[in-house]
Design a protein around this ligand. Structure first.
Ligand SMILES: *[C@@H]1O[C@H](CO)[C@@H](O)[C@H](O)[C@H]1NC(C)=O
Ligand SMILES: *[C@@H]1O[C@H](CO)[C@@H](O)[C@H](O)[C@H]1NC(C)=O
Ligand SMILES: *[C@@H]1O[C@H](CO)[C@@H](O)[C@H](O)[C@H]1NC(C)=O
Ligand SMILES: *[C@@H]1O[C@H](CO)[C@@H](O)[C@H](O)[C@H]1NC(C)=O
Ligand SMILES: *[C@@H]1O[C@H](CO)[C@@H](O)[C@H](O)[C@H]1NC(C)=O
Ligand SMILES: *[C@@H]1O[C@H](CO)[C@@H](O)[C@H](O)[C@H]1NC(C)=O
Ligand SMILES: *[C@@H]1O[C@H](CO)[C@@H](O)[C@H](O)[C@H]1NC(C)=O
Ligand SMILES: *[C@@H]1O[C@H](CO)[C@@H](O)[C@H](O)[C@H]1NC(C)=O
Ligand SMILES: *[C@@H]1O[C@H](CO)[C@@H](O)[C@H](O)[C@H]1NC(C)=O
Ligand SMILES: CC(=O)N[C@H]1CO[C@H](CO)[C@@H](O)[C@@H]1O
Length: 530
């Protein structure tokens, strides 16, 4: 068993061939060029490259990354514009100067970003990968933070259809085309294997790539994927609406509920290990805490029936007046601070809506930068759901036919925390079924090319959570792609505040780790996949 930090990604993969070191005959970093018509869908506007030595960066919270130091790369910035579109995209390609491992990797974004440029490249390059990503035109030539969502609208207020319609996927393909061309030119050899890694929006980009650009990558690691119907986007502000309509509890009321829910539902899976592995069967009665008094940062707080109603509504999927369920909500046992954060302002508690939720509502759905989600009623919420339905096909990789990716030998590895604070895992399970039924010539199972691992207690993309998350899923994917060793389990670990470690061998869905009934509940050896 190898366990490193909970953020993992320990083993740098060995080089494929030592002979792939840069040869003197290949161009120097500063001489790299691309033809304007490299690809029929875009025009290359400029290529600028410079060697960078001894680069370092800390761990970036919520990314798939880890701290990097002493990195030497050729740093290339490529600007492109798409045919029939007036966009301007910045791509960043990093080519390791001294220890290329023969592989290539595109990294994705998160929230309303399609790629993090330097920050996204650094962890992959430090493991020896030639690597690339694109900001997808969403920073408007690095004049805005793409997470604001203001790029959904042009400066004259009209919708920027090119960016909206292509936000889910175009950047990933562009980075693959540009990055592979520069890799081949610089090293004098094509990468032997190409990978994609991403989480959240980046996870969705991975599912898009497999469905629509099946030749771009041999292996795709798509974690906590934001596979959500367009119509479900307003779910990101559902807890805000519930609180505005009912009551705004102090955050410690939510924390008190979380502890009680875990205490009540932990054992449903047969192991008292502090983790809920079966949230679907956790039906916690939120009124059971009404009247109880607890110590909230030194003050006595009494839980009211309004608090109980808020928690209950947040844990249920909202229904439209027609009775139709909109989507899923966070599962019981999930921390509330993600979608139901509150803060004290002028002596009273107010909701702190999730930033991407505000961005989507304002710019994408209402085309109104002043739209106030703190003012939304249940009726407004229903209206937003109806309007957002227009983006169903824009946001998801319909028709979910993965046969081309499977037939060319591609492998897709995904994992999702059962305590994901932003993207309910049920959506991923839903699309797992959709892929299974839409992938032509399916012979009953898709696990020859797609494996999904659910992680009890784990949060969104290594963010928060209290359960073990995958230690090194990229190595598992590389072994699957290059050695044909399909992951039958995926090692996950969590080091707790008291320095003890919980480990689990996560199982490919629909299997889950089931407790043997005896043995240390912190050890993966006390569980097996069933
Ligand atoms: C590399 O950078 C580190 C700080 O990140 C510094 O301590 C070290 O001296 C640098 N090494 C060289 C050779 O410049
Ligand atoms: C890479 O090049 C771009 C464009 O010149 C620059 O903005 C960026 O800071 C460079 N990255 C590093 C690590 O030097
Ligand atoms: C993008 O910004 C750079 C300066 O950061 C500027 O030199 C360049 O002209 C801009 N390009 C476009 C198309 O706006
Ligand atoms: C806004 O600008 C775009 C791009 O320049 C143009 O196509 C569109 O017609 C304009 N819309 C309005 C309402 O002026
Ligand atoms: C309540 O919690 C605070 C710390 O948050 C602690 O200082 C205080 O002693 C506690 N009070 C009681 C009555 O337990
Ligand atoms: C909750 O909101 C407050 C106030 O905006 C902020 O300081 C805090 O970081 C937020 N908490 C989390 C966990 O995001
Ligand atoms: C909030 O809603 C009320 C009633 O619909 C409306 O009058 C007010 O203008 C809204 N405030 C904002 C900031 O949108
Ligand atoms: C979007 O998808 C949802 C869920 O499948 C569906 O209820 C809704 O009618 C769709 N909206 C549109 C405009 O297609
Ligand atoms: C299903 O089909 C795939 C490819 O067509 C094949 O690799 C796999 O072995 C088959 N599985 C079963 C159980 O027949
Ligand atoms: C590559 C691609 O699909 N581009 C699309 C981006 O969005 C524009 C505007 O809707 C479409 O015309 C392009 O086909």
């Amino acid at each position: 068993m190898k366990v490193s930090t909970p953020l993992g990604l320990v083993a740098a993969h060995g080089p494929l061939t030592l002979a792939l070191a840069v040869s003197p005959r290949t161009p120097k970093c500063a001489d790299l060029k691309l033809p304007p018509q490299l690809d029929s869908s875009f025009e290359v506007l400029s290529v600028n490259s410079v060697e960078v030595y001894n680069y370092s960066q800390p761990y970036v919270l919520g990314s798939l990354g880890y701290p990097v130091s002493g990195l030497n790369v050729c740093n290339i910035t490529v600007a492109i514009t798409h045919t029939n579109d007036d966009d301007y995209n910045i791509l960043r390609v990093w080519l390791p100067l001294d220890k290329w491992n023969g592989r290539f990797q595109v990294t994705g974004g998160g929230g309303l970003s399609t790629g993090y440029l330097d920050v996204g490249n650094a962890p992959a390059a430090s493991q020896g990968y030639a690597t690339a990503n694109s900001e997808g035109g969403l920073t408007l030539n690095q004049t805005i933070d793409s997470q604001s969502g203001s790029w959904f609208l042009r400066s004259n207020g009209s919708v920027n259809n090119g960016l909206v319609e292509n936000y889910s996927f175009r950047a990933t393909h562009d980075a693959a085309v540009v990055g592979k061309a520069l890799t081949e030119q610089f090293y004098g050899a094509c990468p032997e294997f190409s990978y994609y890694t991403g989480c959240s929006q980046g996870g969705k980009q991975g599912f898009w790539a497999a469905a629509h650009n099946p030749d771009d990558f041999d292996g795709i690691l798509a974690a906590s994927p934001a596979l959500v119907d367009g119509s479900a986007i307003p779910m990101l502000v559902w807890p805000t609406v519930v609180m505005e309509e009912t009551a705004v509890p102090a955050q410690c009321v939510f924390n008190q509920y979380l502890a009680a829910i875990i205490e009540a539902c932990d054992v449903l899976d047969g192991a008292r290990d502090g983790l809920i592995s079966d949230p679907e069967n956790c039906h916690f009665d939120t009124t059971s805490l009404v009247g109880s008094v607890f110590n909230c940062s030194g003050e006595d707080v009494t839980i009211t029936s309004a608090h109980a109603e808020v928690v209950s509504k947040i844990l249920q999927s909202p229904k439209l007046p027609s009775g139709e369920q909109v989507w899923w909500m966070i599962s019981p046992g999930t921390e509330f601070w993600g979608l139901a954060n509150t803060t004290l302002q002028d002596g009273k508690f107010v909701p702190v809506p999730f930033t991407p939720g505000i961005a989507f509502l304002r710019y994408l759905i209402y085309h109104d930068p002043t739209y106030d989600v703190l003012n939304m009623t249940y009726a407004d919420f229903d209206e937003a759901v109806a309007l957002a339905g227009n983006y169903n096909e824009t946001f998801l990789p319909y028709p979910f036919d993965y046969s081309a990716f499977r037939d060319r030998g591609g492998k897709l590895l995904s994992w999702h925390g059962l305590a994901d604070q932003f993207i309910p895992h049920q959506g991923t399970l839903h699309f797992y079924d959709v892929i299974e039924s839409n992938t032509r010539s399916a012979n009953g199972s898709i696990d020859d090319f797609l494996r999904l691992f659910l992680a009890p207690g784990a949060g969104h993309c290594y963010l928060g959570g209290y359960g073990p998350a995958p230690v090194d899923p990229l190595s598992a994917l590389v072994d699957w792609v290059e050695a044909g060793v399909a992951p039958d389990t995926l090692l996950a670990a969590l080091t707790k505040l008291d320095s003890t470690t919980i480990t689990r061998d996560l199982c490919p869905w629909p299997m889950m780790p089931i407790y043997h009934g005896q043995g240390d509940v912190s050890a993966e050896s006390s569980f097996s996949c069933k």
